[in-house]
Write a protein that binds this ligand. Sequence first.
Ligand code: SF4
Length: 376
Amino acid sequence: MAGLYLHIPFCKQACHYCNFHFATSLRQKPELVQAMQKELIGKAEAWRSHSFDTIYFGGGTPSLLDPMELEGLLTTIYQHYSVQPNAEITLEANPDDIHAGSLTQWKQFGINRLSLGIQSFANTDLEWMNRAHNAEQATQALQLALAHFPNLTADLIYGTPGLTDGQWIQNIETLTQLQVPHISAYALTVEPKTPLDKQIRLQQKPTTDPDQQARQFLIGMDKLRNAGYEHYEISNFAKPGHRSKHNSSYWKGIPYLGIGPSAHSYQPPVRSWQIANNRQYIERIEAGSLAFESETLTPVQILNERIMISLRTQEGLSESEIPPTVLESWKPMLNRYGQEKFILIDNGSIRLTDLGKLQADGIAAALFLEESDQIN
Ligand code: SF4
């Protein structure tokens, strides 16, 4: 099994916090989609032995694709790759692109899961983030999308300065009352070189407050669990049977193929990625160059990634994945984390408690191995 990710690097406007690769001019879109089709064809041979059980159109804003462009990409995939008959096929969409016509068309093309970038239902918050939609559009789009795609996920962002706990609760309740089956909730992070980073440095906007973020994370967990959602990954909540198969495959270390500028691929132990520049991506594909850079992960790097990713999941880090000598060396640290109520160890898995989830990165980093460590 494997996952297929397609990066559509275009957006209507730049959200101030975003550090994904995208352009706000759509001028190169037709040419770039053609280049992605060429990349798909060029990489098919290397992925011949894999069958894809998830396809994910991410970005950027894939809902900006014209129907013909989306159909062209899907046709190329089906012509050149093996896709499981019940594959999960997700399209990320922004509320301002949701119309009955586009929803019907996406369904006809075989899209069976929608990922809606709501982020907030508070207008002040949406304006602060420089989102292209307002609160009313978010609600209407969500209702319309759910009528066509019962398998839907919505993204929310918490911890933006100015988002009160009351508004955060309201954002969550709007989704739970509509029975949205999957919700991703992310803390606002200030990424280097984003407009938000610059605005904060120029003191045009306040920076984030870690206490507010921690409080809103705990509120979110509590509200969503009480509403019947499984908290199956630190930022992801699902009604039973609605976990994201695509993201779960990343967390399980399953190989994935990424197509488009900035997209990453992983065929253990090699990770490769495309250049994050639309013009140069098109030129490179035209010249027959299928990968920009790659690295071969060492066994220690692979294990460290497993530690970091698994700790974020409900299932936790299985002790069976860790060499016995390493587990032995971790004992004093694990005992301490247990006493501090950051972790629980049961059924051979190391799991983070709610308190531990607030320290997830620090705990993972403390467990990381050095290249000089013996792991065989
Ligand atoms: S729509 Fe998504 S990808 Fe585009 S700028 Fe906003 S957050 Fe980034």
